[in-house]
Design a protein. Structure first.
Length: 255
């Protein structure tokens, strides 16, 4: 267990405006298998290297002052993979939570889960629930792990809950708006991501946070996830800071 220390001088040298760090960063961690193939290794080694990259990015994000970090760890579509690979992914997830929990807790990180986790293996589920309970009162970085998560499934779940509340007279249809809809999602209480990063160069959302990323700045990087590091994160944030966010409006013209 260790307390993370940041090097502000190094961060400043990366030409990042520390006053405009994204409050919420979401990441589609893609390319573990591709990375392993490039290294002449089995896919399992790619997933293990991906876990190490995640460990580092959580620390870097916390040191930068990011308030929310959401990572796509296991999608509803990932169940279609070979059972042997799913088993390895589940084992790595359990191992990550077990090994990193004390350090995450010591550094004030709060773990939250997005997705239908009750379909996960019992031992994995128990580890995750224990981690959430242990860190629930922490006030630092909120670390959202998207597990058995799908954006479409999340939207359907929210709609069903709203219909049920209307039918049971807990809610009037006139009350339904965007803010209320937000409160029925897994991400309730989290601001929308300002920055969405996808690794490995793929140009798609892959059913991730479909509602929440409506106005996120998307940065696609060529590195496969195991190669994504502190410099990669700084570069993505710098790209974000160099963009003008208009939210459907137009650029103000200075006279």
């Amino acid at each position: 267990m260790k307390i993370w220390k940041n090097n502000m001088r190094k961060i400043a040298s990366e030409n990042i405006d520390m006053d405009r760090i994204p409050k919420h960063i979401a990441i589609i961690m893609d390319g573990n298998g591709r990375w392993a193939k490039q290294q002449g290794m089995p896919r399992t080694m790619g997933h293990r290297a991906g876990v190490e990259a995640l460990r580092n990015i959580v620390r870097f994000s916390s040191n930068l002052g990011v308030k929310y970090l959401t990572v796509y760890a296991f999608s509803t579509e990932n169940w279609r993979r070979p059972q042997s690979e799913i088993g390895i992914l589940m084992s790595l997830l359990k191992e990550y939570v077990r090994k990193e929990l004390d350090e995450l807790n010591a550094n004030n990180v709060k773990i939250r889960i997005l997705g239908d986790i009750y379909q996960l293996p019992k031992d994995v589920l128990e580890s995750i629930l224990f981690a959430c309970q242990k860190t629930k009162d922490n006030t630092g970085l909120i670390f959202n792990l998207a597990l058995n998560y799908g954006g479409r499934a999340e939207l359907i779940m929210a709609i069903k809950k709203i219909i049920n509340d209307v039918q049971n007279n807990y809610l009037e249809t006139e009350e339904i708006n965007e803010n209320l809809f937000d409160s029925y999602l897994y991400t309730a209480g989290c601001p929308e991501p300002e920055l969405l990063i996808r690794t490995s160069g793929e140009m798609r959302l892959s059913n991730f946070l479909l509602w929440q990323v409506a106005y996120s700045e998307i940065v696609v990087v060529k590195e496969c996830w195991p190669d994504f590091n502190e410099k990669s994160l700084h570069d993505a944030i710098r790209t974000y800071q160099n963009r003008e966010r208009r939210f459907g409006g137009i650029k103000k013209v200075e006279e």
